[in-house]
Design a protein around this ligand. Structure first.
Ligand code: HEC
Length: 122
């Protein structure tokens, strides 16, 4: 009789810390997931970039990067694209000769999105 009660007590004592540990892990995992959601930087959105291109760039650079304007680089051949993203973004913000600047028209995120789309053309 006594030995069976002792057995029960021993079992109870052994199980509680495990349950507490599992709960602690669940909370820790939840907190980690929350941190990821809050801290994760915005990603480039290639589909948004395509929309922006259609709206603002296609007029001169043509559908899919085949230029309509003779002076515009041919993105299908990779013209003008052989530079780092931040240089492309700068060129888009500042404009270049016949090309207007998009500073104040497109947000930084939209410029990044459209650069990401340009990368799909070549
Ligand atoms: C009014 C016509 C026009 C529009 C609209 C236009 N561009 Fe251009 N773009 C040009 C021309 C012309 C050039 C070539 C400039 C030069 O090198 O003289 C150019 C060059 C570029 C270059 C190459 C820059 C470099 O450093 O050589 C990129 C990238 C570019 N355009 C992206 C865009 C994007 C993205 C948009 C839309 C947000 C856009 N352009 C809208 C005419 C245009």
């Amino acid at each position: 009789m006594i030995s069976s009660r002792q057995h029960h007590v021993v079992n109870y004592d052994r199980r509680r810390p495990q349950a507490a540990n599992a709960a602690r892990w669940r909370v820790a995992t939840l907190l980690a997931a929350l941190c990821l959601i809050i801290v994760a930087p915005a990603r480039a959105d290639v589909f948004a970039g395509e929309e922006i291109y259609r709206q603002h760039c296609e007029l001169c650079h043509g559908p899919g990067g085949n230029p309509v304007l003779p002076d515009a680089p041919n993105f299908v051949r990779g013209d003008g694209l052989m530079q780092p993203d931040r240089m492309l973004a700068q060129a888009i913000r500042d404009g270049k000769n016949a090309m207007p600047g998009y500073y104040g028209i497109l947000t930084d995120q939209e410029v990044i999105d459209v650069v990401t789309y340009l990368r799909t053309l070549f």
